[in-house]
Design a protein around this ligand. Structure first.
Ligand code: CA
Length: 387
């Protein structure tokens, strides 16, 4: 009987606790449902196999464009596979969600989670960004990867982008580019005067100092711009990528070497909040996938550029030309002036330049007796023999 009186005494308390537990459970369920709603791609979704995340990635390239455009697709495929579908990245080409040149702002403002493009496109917002893509007469692809990943470059890139709530990662490498497409021969620096050329980054300023007009136009608009005379000349990447855009149909002369972009690095930019919302293993997967996509692009260009060059010259009659030494020397003098102005105008650019310059001196010295010495020796020994 004592038990009954005990039950009577505690029953209201037990019922109260049960009701409170039910209310709390319903509240959590409702909050979870609200969090999985549309419009917030940073929010994780709980399923039986754990938390799932969906990212939107915008790019400065046409959707599925060979070479440059495939880095984002490759990244998305790797992330999905490595995370067993816990993180999926939907890739949008230029203009699908935002215009090509709005990638930086869209990711910075959290409109989307991530982007793929080139740092030097944003030099108006971040002057030091030119160092993280390529600067005239600067590091080649192998050297850039060394500086970024083992020379302090990536940390400086992160510092430069931190005020914009962005985390940058290397997102592909083109190797040495081609100097570009022209419809007249360039025999002296004066031949650049009056030309309107698509040439972004610091090289554009050097080109302007040489008397030309430099503009930056997204890749997808270049063919028409050249065809309709909006521009007189253009540089894009190299044979494999340039042939895909069809520039051989609108220009006659194809110049080398790529003084202006000796080893361009593309970029993945990730909204910091989107990255931090991921658990540690998914963050590691994002960093690993970007690193793999970065190297993979260089591998692909290395494998495909020569076949494309042979096709351009032999099937399309493109005239291959080397820029004369005195033109290159004049462009180098111009680069020195533009560099001085950049470093004087922006403290972060000065800080990045100090790191870049230190690395440059060391690696250039070593490459004299390694890469450069080997290629010279190979050419001299083999000559015109078949390998
Ligand atoms: Ca280029």
């Amino acid at each position: 009987m004592g038990n009954t009186s005990l039950e009577r005494r505690y029953t209201p308390l037990i019922i109260l606790l049960l009701v409170a537990a039910l209310v709390a459970t319903l509240g959590l369920w409702a909050a979870d449902r609200a969090g999985t709603g549309q419009g917030n791609s940073q929010q994780g979704v709980k399923t039986a196999s754990g938390e799932h995340y969906q990212w939107k990635m915008v790019t400065t390239w046409p959707k599925n464009f060979p070479g440059l455009g495939m880095a984002a697709e490759h990244f998305a495929d790797m992330v999905k596979e490595m995370s067993d579908g816990r993180l999926t990245v939907h890739v949008y080409g230029a203009g699908e969600l935002v215009p090509a040149m709005a990638v930086f702002d869209s990711v910075s403002q959290g409109v989307v989670d991530a982007g793929h493009g080139a740092a030097y496109y944003w030099k108006g917002k971040v002057p030091s960004s030119v160092f993280f893509t390529s600067i005239p007469f600067g590091l080649n692809a192998q050297e850039m990867n060394g500086w970024l990943h083992y020379g302090g470059g990536l940390e400086l890139w992160q510092e430069a982008y931190a005020p914009h709530n962005l985390v940058p990662m290397a997102g592909g490498s083109t190797g040495v580019q081609m100097a570009g497409w022209f419809n007249k021969e360039i025999n002296s620096i004066d031949d650049l005067k009056g030309l309107k050329m698509r040439i972004p980054g610091m090289a554009g300023e050097v080109f302007a100092a040489a008397g030309g007009t430099a503009v930056n136009i997204p890749g997808g608009e270049l063919y028409t711009s050249m065809q309709t005379g909006v521009i007189d000349a253009l540089e894009w990447v190299g044979p494999y990528n340039d042939q895909a855009f069809g520039f051989q149909e609108v220009a006659k002369y194809y110049y080398y070497p790529g003084w202006h972009e000796p080893g361009s690095i593309l970029e993945f930019v990730v909204n910091k909040d989107s990255l931090m919302a991921l658990p540690g293993d998914l963050q590691a997967i994002v960093r690993t996938a970007s690193r793999v996509a970065n190297q993979d692009m260089l591998d692909e260009y290395t494998a495909r550029n020569n076949a494309a060059l042979q096709s351009l010259v032999n099937e399309y009659g493109v005239q291959l030309r080397r820029l004369p030494d005195d033109v290159l020397l004049a462009l180098w003098r111009g680069t020195q002036k533009v560099m001085k102005q950049l470093v004087a105008s922006d403290p972060m650019a000065a800080k990045v330049y100090a790191s870049y310059q230190k690395f440059y001196r060391g690696v250039r010295n070593y490459h004299h007796i390694s890469e450069q010495a080997y290629i010279n020796a190979r050419d001299k020994a083999i000559g015109d023999d078949e390998f």
